[in-house]
Design a protein around this ligand. Sequence first.
Ligand SMILES: Cc1cc2nc3c(=O)[nH]c(=O)nc-3n(C[C@H](O)[C@H](O)[C@H](O)COP(=O)(O)O)c2cc1C
Ligand code: SF4
Length: 429
Amino acid sequence: MATFEPVIMKGIGEIDLTDIDIYERNGGFAGLRKALREMTPDSVTAEVTNSNLRGRGGAGFPTGRKWGFLPKDGRERYLVVNCDEAEPGTFKDRMLLEYTPLQIIEGIAIAAYAIGAEQAYIYIRGEFLEGSRTFRRALAAAASRNYLGERIAGTDFSLDLVVHRGAGAYICGEETAQLESIEGKRGEPRLKPPFPAIAGLYGMPTVVNNVETLCYVKQIIERGAQWFAKIGPEKSPGPKIMSVSGHVKKPGNYEIPLGIPARELIEEYAGGLLPGRTLKAFQPGGASSAALFAEDLDVAIDFDSLGAKRTMLGSGGFVVMDDTACMVNCARTLTRFFEHESCGQCTPCREGGQWVARMVARLEAGEGSDEDLRVLNTINNTITGTNLCPLGDSIMPFLASVLRRFPEEFAAHVAHGGCPLKQTPVGAA
Ligand SMILES: Cc1cc2nc3c(=O)[nH]c(=O)nc-3n(C[C@H](O)[C@H](O)[C@H](O)COP(=O)(O)O)c2cc1C
Ligand code: SF4
């Protein structure tokens, strides 16, 4: 049985943490009061740096170091909070938004204090209608108790928090596209450098952080850097929410200590595979990550161990596929997604993504050829690493990994004129 006691998921499903009285009775805003009354902005940043917290939005960049990049040049600076969550397979930010919005607000206020921002924006995925309503109610409640607004908790620190709703584009989760979108422009990634820390929102120094990251910031300030740093591997420590979906008995969000084997997440947290099935593949980090297979079940779930396996932890969308899943069918779903979500600025992503999706769709429909397979097997380096942002580099990893591991399954689609397997869509019991 999994025994790790939840940290930022604590109380979810048991008490109503959207109620500010209940949130306060359960330790709510203790981290913010401590930061404002007992710590300087620099010591908050130092505490987060010493915890070795790495961003939970996908790239895994060290949070304290990111904050430290802001130039101290007297210019106004901004905090942008990323709650655009659209990576297929990831659904943890939505849960945090709907069930523990005050924890997010507390983390935002602490981070804004640390970086010296008096203006913050939270970018909420357009489809999260219920979550954005819940969040706005929480924001009003927090402001009514002076955890937001002027001279917070009687100190010199003031913070205004604006809710900005997205409009359905996955690319607006990419930090610079998000800045463009907040500025009222088309959501297209910017060329980097300059990085947002130097020239971000409205050209000002800006930090972009994920909501899960900021919930851990609150916990780190309250419990101390050492508490966090001692959980899991030294360079990739702390708890992390994993969104488990696909062919498992108990799909859902699980907060795990990083470093546990993938086997434990599947078998103990998620209840194991469905009866009579065997594991075929799993994606440890959402749609953008390369698949791993039954022989990889002992890999540790953390940024570096998964990176060493040529895949990634990403934002923690863990998709399990058993022996009834057709790899060509899965690849078709994912390549179609990236084709649809490309913003169109880069040729390899826009054109390459479209051609790859068409070839995989042909194979799945039983209309593919050996030439399609030859092209798919040689196109990886033409598309990956040749784009402006990581979306273009996300088109090939899953497809390339299953083409390598199950070449016969792809060839069979050509030979049989379609899928030789009895198909069960991932997620169907
Ligand atoms: C295509 C694409 C989509 C992304 N979507 C999200 C998202 O929905 N939420 C998020 O926090 N980060 C997303 N990211 C990562 C952000 O660019 C950024 O790294 C992150 O918000 C930084 O926060 P963190 O340091 O707290 O992880 C995305 C990146 C790419 C390339
Ligand atoms: S890689 Fe794709 S999504 Fe990213 S900027 Fe280029 S075209 Fe747009």
